[in-house]
Design a protein around this ligand. Structure first.
Ligand SMILES: [Zn+2]
Length: 183
């Protein structure tokens, strides 16, 4: 079965789970549950700011954040990332303990904490390789009905980030500057 990405790279769907024979989206209710949940989340996180950028810039400078192009993890504890920060996430996941949190609710918080401590991928580290796929060319996700699927929709990153203001303050990231300090 062919795998496809919708809207963002990272999450992949079995074509037969989400598309009819004409290549049109199936009604959400006809998709298997896990595909439906991810599809509904995609509507919310599509074109949202990168989580890592947001940790650097915060709500007050949200314009400085790059648009997320990659999504990893489970719906509602997913991490969304721009081109620049995707390698940091992949490094955390593969090389620095992140995979231990696969499928858990702590997944996103653990990445945020790692990132806020100033951890980054080494210079030149490559993220996942997506052969000749430009995220801008992916089809847009369908629009779910908020009355039916509201529990999976909404949820601004600032609500979901899971860290208290104190924890963010203690991390030493200066949300007022253009870049976090090296310490
Ligand atoms: Zn970013």
């Amino acid at each position: 079965m062919a795998k496809v990405s919708i809207g963002m790279l990272g999450w992949r769907f079995d074509e037969d789970d989400i598309l009819d024979e004409n290549g049109e989206f199936l009604p959400l209710d006809e998709m298997p549950e896990d595909a439906r949940e991810r599809m509904i989340r995609l509507d919310t996180i599509y074109n949202a700011p990168c989580n890592a950028c947001w940790l650097i810039h915060g709500d007050e400078n949200v314009d400085e954040c790059n648009t997320a192009r990659y999504v990893y993890g489970e719906p509602l504890s997913e991490v969304i990332l721009c081109e620049e920060h995707e390698p940091d996430f992949v490094y955390w996941f593969r090389e620095d303990g992140g995979s231990a949190y696969r499928g858990t609710e702590e997944f996103e918080d653990q990445f945020y904490e790692w990132f806020l401590k100033g951890n980054r991928a080494p210079e030149g580290y490559e993220g996942m390789e997506y052969v000749s796929t430009d995220p801008d060319d992916l089809p847009e996700p369908p629009e779910p009905d908020p009355d039916e699927h509201g529990d999976l929709m909404g949820g601004d990153v600032s609500d979901r980030v899971g860290l208290t203001d104190e924890e963010i303050a203690e991390s030493g990231v200066d949300f007022g500057s253009e870049y976090p300090s090296d310490e």
